[in-house]
Design a protein around this ligand. Structure first.
Ligand SMILES: *Cc1c(COP(=O)(O)O)cnc(C)c1O
Length: 666
């Protein structure tokens, strides 16, 4: 089992180039222009759109390691955040100009998408010229946001609101901040009015508010239940009308400032969006006509990111990709509202969108080092001397047959025979009718047969590939064990099958000839990446380079800046990973500088979150070792060495030391 190419790509005649790698990993389809492959065969990033500046990612990794970062490592390209903020706002401005829309657009950043202070600060900084606002959905988020916003920043508060949250918001309104509670349930409105009455907030001083409306339009995509009449949030139309009556009774009709809907994240089709926008725009016009001067129309989140390959449904996982670009999204919103406002002769509102994913997904990537490669097939075995049971003979026959059949029909037959024999051998062994030597022999023959049959299938070059061939490719795939946890760093891949682009960060000037599947450190069979983005027909594995022990090999997981970092779950107590925050600058060597690094969570801190406290652990270990010394199991010096080693490890990160793993190698 050396490095016979498992996966010679279509390009076998001409020399492999970095451009071929870019093609193979479908970089152009997901990178939004931010990532590419350079002449050295390294992945590079272009964080400043419209400028030539490129940053070599392996160079950034080296610099981060010199600054003390450990793996896995998040690299944050802060300039990409500002580029996305500008792009979204300028695109809406363009659509507004083209449509002759008589109103403006403001984007609202929902901080739940990535609450890291540096990320929110970067979004706000880039959003200043565009009057960007924030959205929060819980008390903790509200408390963070209240301290960040200036007087003219719009701050929307969705989600379930209790008495204390409403009080925080009323206080902020009293201070002159532009904070709007967005009413999700009618009882919140009642509570708000009671609070206002108690505090004597009437007339001008009465609370201003927004309303989330349950539309009859349902979203399309994984999160569709967020919209539609069955959704958890929002007022029904009768409730909205009742609320308006109540405001009118209180002479507060101009205090209803905003109408909002949210269809769910990653809208996969703009048709649904158009229907929803038209629906809410009609409600808006109705309110305008009856003299309720709603100022903002908020179309919520859902602006999609193309994670998984091409536009237009060519790629099978439609919900990981989207069928529209930013411009189309903006056009749909702007034109739909304009048409209805014109038809009904009402003023055009300020448009808001709460796009979070689209602003932050691209800016961060996860670097995971390869720890070793495991090949699932068994090494060849000598034939056992004892009398061969029938099942062994059958496997031998299949193996022999495999070496001289050529047709699709025959190959299919042979592999089915081999699979049957393998299954039967396992059953017999379980019942005690086949000994371990014979079982091992059968299994080794099975793998030899499978490899042989797969090679012959590949030589036939049948398109589309037969199911047996696809299945064998998957079975005969190398497992690339990497230093990370799916549950901590790409939870959505496990939870909802969200696809993230993954590719090697170097050696891209070399053809990747192995079939690989990436598995993580957790002791869980789900701890793996099971679907890949590539131009390869089979998405169950990724073409990767052969492993060279002792030589670092890094894989990048891209577009992880939205949701993943914050959803992360401490499965197996693998905790928060380290980070390096990178800025582009043409004046620096390599075109970048690292502004800040954040250390990964230590074992000590991770354990404390589940109530194991370092002082207690230390005390128990000290006690244990004292007893062992007293009992003469170890000498005092040895005992102290063991104790010190334990204590020191508490400060380590929760992941592996990349260079000292006993790497499995097939
Ligand atoms: C989650 C959420 C968003 C963000 O949606 P994206 O698809 O990330 O843009 C916006 N608004 C509300 C109310 C949300 O719950």
């Amino acid at each position: 089992m050396n490095d016979t190419p498992q996966h010679p790509t279509a390009n076998t005649n001409t020399a492999w180039t970095p451009g071929d790698a870019e093609e193979l990993y479908a970089v152009k389809t997901w990178s939004a222009g931010f990532f590419g492959v350079n002449d050295k065969g390294h992945v590079c990033v272009h964080p400043l759109p419209g400028e030539d500046l490129a940053i070599d990612i392996p160079e950034v990794i080296d610099a981060a390691v010199k600054e003390g970062c450990s793996f896995p490592l998040i690299l944050r390209f802060q300039d990409i955040i500002s580029a996305r903020v500008r792009r979204l706002n300028l695109t809406f401005r363009e659509a507004i100009d083209e449509a002759g829309y008589e109103g403006e657009y403001r984007s609202i950043y929902p901080i739940k998408v990535n609450q890291l202070h540096e990320v929110v600060a970067e979004v706000m900084e880039a959003g200043k010229p565009f009057n960007l606002g924030l959205e929060c959905g819980s008390r903790a988020e509200l408390m963070a946001a209240l301290a960040l916003v200036s007087d003219d920043t719009l701050l929307l508060c969705n989600g379930v609101k209790d008495h204390s949250m409403l009080t925080l918001m009323l206080n902020a309104q009293q201070l002159g901040q532009q904070v709007l509670p967005v009413i999700e349930k009618y009882s919140e409105f009642e509570q708000l009015m009671v609070l206002a009455d108690q505090r004597g907030l009437v007339g001008d001083k009465a609370p201003r508010l927004g309303v989330r409306v349950k539309l009859s339009t349902r979203g399309a995509g994984r999160w569709f239940e967020s919209g539609g009449s069955g959704s958890k949030f929002g007022l029904t139309v009768p409730e909205l009308v009742k609320l308006v009556h109540e405001l009118e009774k209180r002479r507060l009709r101009e205090h209803l400032a905003l109408l909002h809907f949210h269809l769910g994240s990653q809208i996969s089709d703009t048709q649904v969006l158009r229907t929803a926008v038209r629906e809410i725009a009609q409600f808006y016009a109705d309110l305008q006509e009856r003299g309720v001067p709603v100022q903002y129309l908020d179309v919520g989140g859902g602006l999609g990111v193309n994670y998984g390959g091409s536009y237009g449904g060519e790629y099978e996982d439609v919900e990981s990709s989207i069928n529209y670009g930013l411009k189309e999204y903006a056009n749909v919103v702007v034109f739909a509202v304009k048409d209805i406002c014109q038809e009904r002769s009402v003023p055009m509102p300020t448009l808001l969108s709460e796009s979070g994913r689209a602003l932050t997904a691209h800016h961060s990537m996860l670097v995971v080092p390869l720890l070793g490669v495991h090949r699932p097939d068994a090494p060849p075995m000598p034939e056992p001397l004892a009398e061969q049971p029938a099942v062994v003979k059958r496997m031998q026959a299949a193996a022999k047959e495999a070496s001289h059949v050529h047709t699709r029909g025959k190959l299919t037959e042979v592999i089915h025979d081999a699979q049957e024999a393998q299954l039967e051998a396992e059953q017999l062994a379980r019942l005690g009718y086949l000994n371990i030597e014979h079982l091992a022999f059968v299994e080794s023959l099975y793998w030899r047969t499978a490899r042989e049959v797969l090679q012959r299938f590949a030589a036939l070059d049948i398109e589309p590939r037969p199911a047996e061939q696809l299945e064998l490719e998957k079975q005969l795939t190398d497992l690339y064990l990497c230093d990370f946890s799916v549950f901590q760093s790409i939870l959505d891949h496990w939870a909802i099958g969200q696809v993230f682009p993954v590719m090697p960060l170097d050696r891209l000037d070399e053809e990747p000839r192995r079939r690989g599947q990436i598995v993580d450190l957790t002791c869980d069979s789900d701890g793996k990446i099971s679907q890949y983005v590539s131009s390869n027909a089979n998405k169950a594995w990724l073409p990767l380079h052969d492993y060279r022990p002792g030589e670092p090999y890094y894989l990048g997981v891209f577009l992880v800046g939205a949701y993943q970092e914050i959803l992360g779950d401490a499965h197996n107590l693998l905790g928060r990973v380290g980070e390096a925050h990178v800025y582009a600058s043409a004046d620096e060597p390599g075109n970048f500088w690292i502004e800040e690094t954040i250390k990964a969570i230590s074992i000590k801190d991770m354990l404390s979150t589940v109530q194991y406290f370092p002082s207690d652990l230390d005390r128990r270990m000290t006690e244990l070792i004292r007893r062992k010394i007293e009992a003469g199991v170890v000498k005092p010096a040895e005992g102290m060495r063991i104790l010190n080693n334990y204590t020191k490890r508490l400060d380590d990160s929760t992941y592996c030391d990349t260079d000292s793993v006993a790497a499995p190698q097939g």
